[in-house]
Design a protein around this ligand. Structure first.
Ligand code: MIC
Ligand code: SF4
Length: 644
């Protein structure tokens, strides 16, 4: 029987288990990436595992998230990462070189290989034909040391593309359309494979915009074939030798087929506060706009930036709008400068930010109170922009640029200009001088540690009996930004006790203090949530900090993939209500106990939580393999590995 692309790449990398859908497998990892907000912990854990050199074909650390450097913390972290990269054999991408996903696509992504990244949008690599997966830093540390990455053998959906995008309709609109079909939840264990005739009409950067936002659907990853278009892109990046052809067999099987006619795509917008709240732009025409931000790992390509520049050229930003532009890589920024397009952006009144995550993670450019911001990034979670009551809408660079000029959400098709047709360059500007490549003589580099850098915390072994208190009761779609806010708090990523003070800061600011008090008294803390708990980023701090605060279990109607893995890695039990209606039988402050939960987990049996207030017993399940259960019993991955 024929194979699809996912099967081909995964089977070629199979290290553990049998390739049977739903079964746990371990895959070999060719490349890894971390960034500075997840990287310090990943490297500290790499050290704690006793590892001393990377075993992958390529591992890179990118300085792109914490480039604000207000205070000493970020600069110290960067130096820690630079020295650790030199010592362990990792490529260091210096601040200013660009956003990890954009730069990795340009300079390192290889079709047919596997990439594991400590960032959820690592999936961007699917645009060049990689199986590219986001994971917690600890999983990436293990992969850097040569360990297999565990995952459930996926269900594969084919997205059958036909037709060609009309003018002003973009790759961003394609993925927003996909989000309106698949939503942000219920897709755990799925991989998307794009195929059919329409694929040939999309460039690699357009494909990468689509695979980037697969992360918002909660799919494990998305992948495109590697074809002549991929080859041309690699050639233009001076890397034609990295090309291989990758396509599905004609009789390949899929778990589901989704038909998408590109010629029917029109400008779309994701409305507050979820990338899944998708509407047609035409439904929102005329809405007043206060701010526009163009950039991020979703929409930073040469075409994106050149198109925005063409729309802005010779015009001035609307008086009521502030326009921020963050070209995603130094390569793109240099090309904008050389072509004169940077002058067009500046001439129109665009405020150029660094080639980094900047506005996307709330590090700068927070909108005014209750301000409406149109952004080309991928997440519009409440408060992520740094302004709690801001209304963030996600759209294409085309829609964003027109909004900046008109001061409102306007249909670009009615803007009165011909669509600027930007072709893929024959040759990109290649300048790798902002990478520091490791050399054998660097193995003795001594590692720099600033005062903000602490030891990675560990959990204790799973206790026999649970004596828990429900410290917070949450609703649906709680994101990792709710659990561990980014923005101004990002600088504490290397200092877990400090960062833990801000857990659920914007939901219930007393959470952290109450947890610590209980922990001191020997009580166990519990989190209760509804559907899709842990959406969004790969940040393992959303598990590591609760672990530090004495959280032993999260009980929810459902969990998202990366967060489940991170909970297990840090010894927190992800329990699922057998009967979702039992969610209503628990209140904040309830005491839930289980006399034998360790034995139950060891035996793979359901856990019964007795609610002391009502006397009722609540049955909970979990979908954890034996290996993962062992990890929980040991108190997390670090304990499990180092005890061996
Ligand atoms: C994000 O977009 O939320 C981040 C910041 O890139 C995160 C990683 C992090 O929290 O450091 C992600 O997507 O995984
Ligand atoms: Fe950076 Fe935003 Fe992309 Fe995350 S989503 S990597 S913060 S640009």
């Amino acid at each position: 029987m024929g194979k699809n692309i996912v099967e081909k790449v995964l089977q070629a990398h199979l290290k553990e288990g049998e390739y049977v859908p739903g079964k746990e497998i371990g895959i070999g990892i060719d490349q890894t990436l971390v960034q500075d907000a997840t990287g310090t912990m990943a490297f500290l854990q790499f050290e704690a595992l006793g590892l001393c050199e990377v075993k992958t074909d390529l591992s890179v650390v990118y300085i792109d998230h914490n480039t604000q450097q207000i205070g000493f913390e970020n600069s110290d972290d960067h130096l820690y990462l630079q020295s650790a990269a030199a010592r362990f054999g990792v490529v260091y991408s210096r601040a200013g070189n660009g956003i990890c996903h954009q730069v990795h696509l340009e300079r390192f992504g290889k079709p047919g290989t596997t990439l594991l990244g400590a960032d959820s949008h690592t999936t961007t690599g699917g645009g060049i034909g990689q199986i590219a997966i986001g994971a917690g830093g600890l999983d990436v540390a293990v992969a850097m040391g040569g360990g297999a990455f565990p995952l459930a053998c996926p269900r594969v959906y084919l997205v059958k593309l036909s037709g060609r995008l009309p003018d002003w309709a973009t790759a961003k609109d394609v993925v927003l359309k996909m989000l309106s079909t698949l939503s942000t939840k219920g897709n755990v264990g799925v991989m998307l494979e794009y195929g059919s005739e329409g694929v040939k009409t999309l460039s690699v950067p357009q494909r990468a915009t689509i695979t980037n936002m697969g992360a918002e659907m909660g799919v494990t990853t998305s992948i495109f074939p590697s074809d002549d278009i991929t080859r041309r892109f690699l050639k233009a990046q001076g890397r034609e030798k990295d090309w291989i052809e990758l396509s599905a067999d004609p009789d390949a099987k899929y778990d589901r087929v989704i038909d998408l006619d590109l010629s029917k795509i029109e400008p779309m917008v994701a409305t507050p506060h979820s990338p899944g709240n998708v509407k047609k732009l035409s439904e929102l025409e005329g809405m007043k706009v206060d701010q526009v931000c163009i950039g991020s790992c979703t929409n930073s390509s040469y075409k994106d930036m050149m198109t925005a520049a063409a729309i802005l050229k010779g015009r001035t930003v609307h008086p009521n709008v502030s326009l921020g532009i963050a070209p995603g890589s130094r390569q793109i920024l240099l090309m904008l400068a050389k072509s004169g397009a940077l002058s067009d952006l500046l001439g129109a009144g665009g405020r150029i930010m660094e080639s980094a995550c900047t506005f996307c993670i709330g590090n700068e450019f927070s909108p005014k109170s209750a301000g409406v911001s149109i952004r080309t990034s991928n997440r519009n979670f409440e408060g992520r922009s740094g302004t709690k009551d801001a209304q963030v809408y996600l759209a294409s660079p085309e829609v964003a640029a027109v909004a900046a000029m008109t001061g409102k959400l306007a249909d670009p098709r009615k803007f009165g200009m011909a669509y600027p047709k930007i072709e893929e360059p024959e040759a990109y500007l290649i300048d790798d001088s902002m990478f520091l490549f490791p050399k054998p003589e660097m193995k003795d580099t001594s590692i720099f540690r600033g005062p903000n850098i602490g030891e990675p915390p560990r959990s204790e072994k799973m206790v026999q009996s649970l004596r828990g208190e429900v410290m917070i009761k949450l609703g649906n779609n709680i994101t990792t930004d709710h659990i561990t806010p980014a923005g101004s708090r990002l600088k504490y990523r290397s200092n877990v006790p400090k960062y833990s003070e801000f857990v659920f800061e914007n939901v219930d600011a007393s959470f952290s203090k109450r947890c610590l008090k209980n922990k001191k008294q020997g009580m166990h803390n519990l989190i209760v949530a509804a559907e899709s708990y842990g959406q969004g980023s790969s940040r393992e701090h959303a598990s590591m900090c609760p672990m530090y605060l004495g959280v032993k279990a999260a009980v929810a109607k459902s969990f998202e993939r990366i967060h489940t893995a991170n909970l297990v890695n840090f010894g927190i039990m992800p329990l699922v209500f057998k009967n979702p209606a039992d969610y209503d039988k628990i209140e904040k402050g309830d005491r839930l106990s289980s006399d034998n939960w360790r034995d139950a987990v060891a035996a793979g049996k359901p856990v019964f939580l007795k609610n002391e207030r009502t006397g009722e017993s609540i049955e909970c399940t979990y979908a954890l393999s034996e290996a993962l259960r062992e990890m929980i019993l040991a108190g997390g991955l670090l304990n499990k590995i180092t005890s061996k």
